[in-house]
Write a protein that binds this ligand. Sequence first.
Ligand code: 5GP
Length: 140
Amino acid sequence: MQGTYDQENIFAKILREEAPCVKVYENDNALAFMDVMPQTDGHVLVIPKEPAETIYDLSEDASLACMRAVQIVGKAIEQAMGVGGSTVFQLNGKAAGQTVPHFHFHVLPGSLLGLKGHASEMADPQTLMDIAEKIKSFID
Ligand code: 5GP
C-alpha cells in the first residue's frame, strides 16, 4: 500500500508530530490516542506506526503491536470508565465508511448501540485530557 498511501492523512501527521493528539499508550509499532469526535466518553483509536491504509496492508509486526495495544488499552478503558465490557471495531476503505485512510481500531467502553454517530461532534479538549489521564492510570 506504500504506493497509494496518503502521507498527508491526519493520522500520518499525528505520527510525524505535525498534528496534536491526546496520547494514552504506545509501543514500538503502535500508538493509542483519544478520538477527537468520540462516539462516547472513553473512545480511543489504536493505529500502527507504519503507513498502512487497511487491515489488509498491515505487516505482521504492526498487526501484533496493534492487537497488543488494543488489549492493554481496552482493559484500561473498561476499568477507567467503570463499564464491564468494551467494543472494538474497524473499517476498511471508503465503501465501508472509513474516513481516515490510515488503519485504526476503534476501542469504546460498552456497547455500540445507542451511541453518537461516527465522527460527528468534536469533544471538549479538557474532557479528552481528563479521560486520557484516567485511562492511563490503569496501564502499568
Ligand atoms: P474511520 O471513519 O476512519 O473509521 O474513523 C476515523 C476516526 O478518526 C473518527 O472516529 C474520527 O472522529 C477520528 N478523527 C478524525 N480526525 C481526527 C483527528 O484529527 N484527531 C483525532 N484524535 N481523531 C480524529
